[in-house]
Design a protein. Structure first.
Lengths: 293, 237
């Protein structure tokens, strides 16, 4: 059976791959959007944090024989702590300046982090080895590796938990309020500076979590994050800063769009996101789910 | 304990960037007192409230809240001495519902119970009707009531209220006046910034006039009536 000249099974296979990629985009852009909402910093280090998560996961396994599941918890914690350190030492100094300074600062930090990793490990990819979940599931139209199924489930769980935390808890209410007017929330007696640190730590921990998830399916290298960060920026711009759900839906949607393009017109697959971005911005300058500002 | 003023400002100077806005402000407010800052726009009244909370730039002098020096402290610590702040722009969070706004400020750990939600809704019945509406859908009057109401739950004992009567219909101003009287009878200490001195005089014990970042005159409401000419000169543009 064909759909516009492509066998249904081939199409579904690509869509599943697109769904997995979309999950990575969703988790990454979620962290980026949360950080931007709270800190008003466009965090360029996000790709490097993703790479650090993947690298830590690889290094844990190869040097210390620490298994994947432990690193899935440890790597985000380590990267989150590293993020909090960066926020306290550097980012805190640029909040009162134009967005551009935050962007330049985090770009500089990215170059340092990636440079350090490159000089230690080179740029060639390191294979993680066999994924921690073996086997394949027969979906009828497609034999899907169980590990990829896990990536989808884990990403959706993390996105759901983040949504719950921000939209349904007291801490989340502080966060949403501080996004609108941080100094007033602080005047109510909330320790906003600490909340800002923790938000940055949490955002980059999400990136590291995505990195650990990605390690077994992508090659781990110093430059792993570079290609992703540009796409993730596009996701955040297209989705708009308005809602968590919007960011997640946009991330997954763009993964699928990219996959479809690979099927029907592979030459355009690496630029289709940016085409979508241009079209969306022409119609809705604040993004699909964005509010004002 | 009753001898300790709720608030003491001692030669307070405060800057916004390079410009010196408060040029040596001195006054105190006793527990249970209500005091109003009057003055022209730009005299430094709002800045005085913001300086108390550490929301300006650099500050000098001494600001004691219930006896504790707060000058070196970050804003959130100053607030925890028991301050409730209602800013001029009201600061209702648009993305939170009315009740979420009301419940947002954390309760202070100072042993003084604030009003319960029921008591607050009794004071402002409009808010009970609108409790599930998003903050951005509330009218100006409702927003002002909410801005005042949400600092009453926390156990704050010193309320800093900036221009709460500004731009509101007379019936709403009356409601707010009633609320302030009710709060005074419950022992709250109140520092008002007002443009409308008729509103203020009916509610407070003393009126302080500010000019060029200093207090230049202190009057009681009774003196205010006797010196109506001088007062209108002090406030005229």
């Amino acid at each position: 059976m064909d759909l516009f000249g492509v066998p249904i099974t081939a199409l579904m296979a690509q869509l599943m791959i697109g769904l997995v990629n979309g999950c990575f985009y969703a988790v990454l852009s979620l962290g980026l959007a949360v950080i931007f909402g709270m800190l008003h910093v466009i965090n360029f280090t996000h790709g490097a944090m993703f790479m650090l998560g993947a690298l830590l996961s690889w290094a844990g396994l190869h040097y210390f024989n620490i298994n994947y599941w432990v690193m899935l918890v440890m790597a985000p914690l380590i990267v989150g702590a590293f993020g909090i350190l960066l926020e306290r030492l550097f980012l805190r100094r640029v909040y009162h300046l134009d967005y551009l300074y935050g962007l330049l600062l985090t770009l500089g930090l990215t170059l340092i982090i990636e440079g350090a990793v490159r000089s230690a490990y080179g740029v060639s990819g390191r294979p993680y080895g066999p994924p921690p979940i073996a086997g394949v599931t027969n979906l009828g139209f497609l034999m899907l590796p169980n590990y990829r199924l896990w990536v989808i489930v884990a990403s959706l769980l993390v996105c759901g938990a983040t949504w719950f935390m921000i939209e349904r808890t007291r801490l989340g209410a502080y966060l949403r309020a501080a996004t609108e007017n941080a100094s007033l929330v602080e005047a109510f007696g909330v320790n906003v500076p600490m909340m800002v640190s923790l938000t940055f730590g949490f955002g980059v921990a999400l990136a590291a979590f995505a990195g650990v998830l990605a390690a077994p399916v992508m090659q781990v290298s110093a430059l792993t994050g570079q290609t992703l960060i540009v796409i993730v920026f596009a996701v955040v711009v297209i989705g708009g800063m308005g809602s968590i759900l919007g960011t997640v839906v946009t991330g997954i949607g763009l993964g699928l769009v990219e996959a479809l393009t690979k099927v029907y017109y592979p030459e355009a697959s690496s630029m289709v996101m940016f085409l979508v971005m241009v079209l969306v911005l022409m119609v809705r300058p604040n993004g699909l789910f964005g509010g004002g500002e | 304990m009753s001898g300790t003023p709720a608030l003491v400002l001692d030669n307070v100077r405060a800057w916004y960037g390079e410009s010196l806005v408060l040029q040596g402000v001195d006054f105190q407010v006793l527990p249970g007192e209500a005091v109003t800052l009057l003055g022209r726009n730009g005299a430094g009244r709002t800045t005085t409230l913001r300086a108390i909370l550490g929301l300006t730039g650099r500050r000098q002098g001494s600001i004691r809240v219930f006896g504790e020096e707060t000058l070196g402290q970050p804003t959130y610590r100053i607030a925890r001495h028991g301050i409730g702040y209602c800013p001029e722009e009201r600061g209702i969070f648009a993305s939170l519902s009315c009740e979420e706004n009301l419940k947002l400020p954390p309760l202070f750990d100072n042993g003084s119970p604030g009003l319960s939600l029921d008591e607050i809704y009794q004071l402002f019945p409009n808010l009970a009707e609108r409790r599930h509406s998003p903050g951005k859908a509330l009218s100006g009057g409702e927003q002002q009531m909410l801005a005042l109401a949400r600092i009453l739950r926390t156990g704050a004992k010193l309320l800093l209220l900036d221009e709460i009567s500004e731009g509101l219909a007379p019936v709403i101003v009356d409601t707010l006046g009633e609320a302030i009287r009710a709060l005074r009878s419950r022992g709250y200490t109140i520092l008002l910034v007002e443009q409308n001195f008729h509103f203020a005089a009916a509610l407070c014990d003393r009126l302080l006039f500010m000019e060029h970042g200093r207090i230049i005159e202190t009057l009681t409401p009774v003196q205010l009536e006797d010196q109506a000419d001088r007062v209108s000169r002090l406030l005229s543009v």
